[in-house]
Design a protein around this ligand. Sequence first.
Ligand SMILES: [Mg+2]
Length: 174
Amino acid sequence: MLDKFVPDMHSQSIYRINYEKLAQKGIKCVIFDLDNTIAPVDIEKPTKEAIDLMFKIKDLGMRPILMSNSGKKRVEPFRNGLEIDSCASATKPFSKNYKKILTVYKMEPEQIACIGDQLLTDILGANKMGMMSVLVNPISKKDRSCTLINRVIEKIIMFILEKRDLFKKGKYYD
Ligand SMILES: [Mg+2]
């Protein structure tokens, strides 16, 4: 059970991930979390850096998809600005919308990498599906109120993982 919280990769931010390597590993689709992964919770539009990154990923032959537990109103300006498909109110870590993505885009779980800042939603969701999981540091310390309880649980899980030598936050690997 605990191993489902261990990310396959750990990176400082979405800009430090080696996307060339992901493509070489056969990844065809990169699922991005929104809040605190692509943008802080109080910013409503993507930066130029984020837009450029999506173009780079497409150039490498991979499809970026935005998958967020936030609602449509929050997700839409990013979907439009980044020019990528999106899934709002995704209820990560539950499998329903991951399965939908597999069906819609005709992908196998091994062809998908999921990037996010939360163990309880992004990492657990990806690992349960057999997709590659990539943990990044949250951009900002500010979280949505609904995330606060997750962060408390996350801290406890990280403490246990560290004690068992399974994962250490800030010790980056790919
Ligand atoms: Mg997030």
